[in-house]
Design a protein around this ligand. Structure first.
Ligand SMILES: Nc1ncnc2c1ncn2[C@@H]1O[C@H](COP(=O)(O)OP(=O)(O)OP(=O)(O)O)[C@@H](O)[C@H]1O
Ligand SMILES: [Mg+2]
Length: 280
């Protein structure tokens, strides 16, 4: 496999569906159908915790290849929304569709991860006692025993993918370093690289630049911009400079529903958004 075989840069390429098709016999969710150019539909999602509605009839859609930012005050329901998409929390009401046909509320957390939804938590979960290279190798979803014994030539292709990812996450010079020795920002990038090794179609990133230096934050923005198109990204952030750098559509969550949506300039000018969030 070479770069040309990696997931395509948009929904027009049939390669997009290969990962799901492969697993169809296990999951039977059908192929990821991006014919309407939409990768994720949340409709009327309600999640209650002891009577308190963390999500309240939340509806939103994410286009295939889109880079979307989600902002909003603490407790607005941003993380809960990601919990619902990834199957960690089941909605009391509402539907979650991955493409046109895959109902995520019917799949388990591992199944959702397997069909192409990757999630990055705030604290990196890397193997500190392994090198950067080994971390990426371990994250690859292919059965390594089969690759090594039967398809020796594919080993170099796997190596190529790791090399490509190392470039992307700017850790090529650190490939042989122990992951535990990386800076906070580099560890975050490594975890993103590990997610990418699983070839997710949709990436969910919850406060990815929290604790990063300004320079690391800017580099992370460049990385996300380079991933958009090939992947769809949903980024929850409080850092408005970072949201501005990403430049895509912004959804403002408040009390478990969408308060506003548009360009950053548009939502920043919205009086309701200023009142509940930006003007605090
Ligand atoms: N497991 C839970 N049990 C009870 N309440 C919860 C649970 N998870 C979240 N909540 C509540 O739901 C609301 C939404 O929380 P959530 O973590 O989704 O907000 P958020 O938008 O991610 O906020 P922040 O910007 O602070 O991360 C909060 O009031 C929170 O206390
Ligand atoms: Mg949160």
């Amino acid at each position: 496999m070479n770069a040309a075989d990696l997931p395509a840069t948009n929904g027009d390429n049939p390669d997009w569906d290969s990962g799901t098709a492969e697993l169809g016999h296990i999951l039977m969710p059908g192929q990821l159908d991006l014919s309407h150019k939409v990768i994720l539909y949340l409709e009327d999602i309600t999640v209650s915790f002891d009577g308190f509605r963390a999500l309240n009839k939340l509806s939103l859609t994410i286009d295939a290849g889109e880079l979307r930012c989600i902002i909003g005050p603490n407790g607005a329901g941003k993380t809960t929304m990601m919990d619902v998409i990834t199957g960690k929390t089941r909605p009391d009401e509402g539907t979650v569709f991955f493409g046109q046909t895959i109902d995520l509320t019917r799949l388990s957390e591992p199944e959702i991860a397997h069909i192409g939804v990757g999630r990055k938590f705030q604290k990196p979960t890397i193997f500190e006692n392994h090198t950067v290279f080994e971390n990426l190798e371990l994250a690859m979803k292919t059965d390594k025993r089969v690759w090594r014994s039967l398809f020796a030539t594919l080993d170099s292709a796997a190596g190529d993918r790791i090399a490509e990812t190392l470039q992307l996450i700017r850790l090529a010079a650190d490939a042989d370093r122990l992951a535990g020795l990386l800076s906070h920002g580099q560890k975050q990038w490594l975890e993103i690289g590990m997610l990418l090794m699983q070839e997710p179609k949709l990436l969910l990133l919850d406060e990815p630049v929290a604790g990063m230096t300004d320079e690391e934050t800017e580099r992370t923005g460049e990385l996300f911009l380079s991933l958009a198109g090939r992947h769809s990204l949903v980024v929850v952030e409080h850092d408005m400079a970072f949201v501005k750098q990403l430049g895509g559509r912004v959804t403002v969550l408040h009390e478990g529903s969408v308060l506003a949506e548009g360009s950053l300039e548009e939502v920043q000018a919205d009086q309701r958004v200023i009142e509940v969030y930006l003007g605090r």
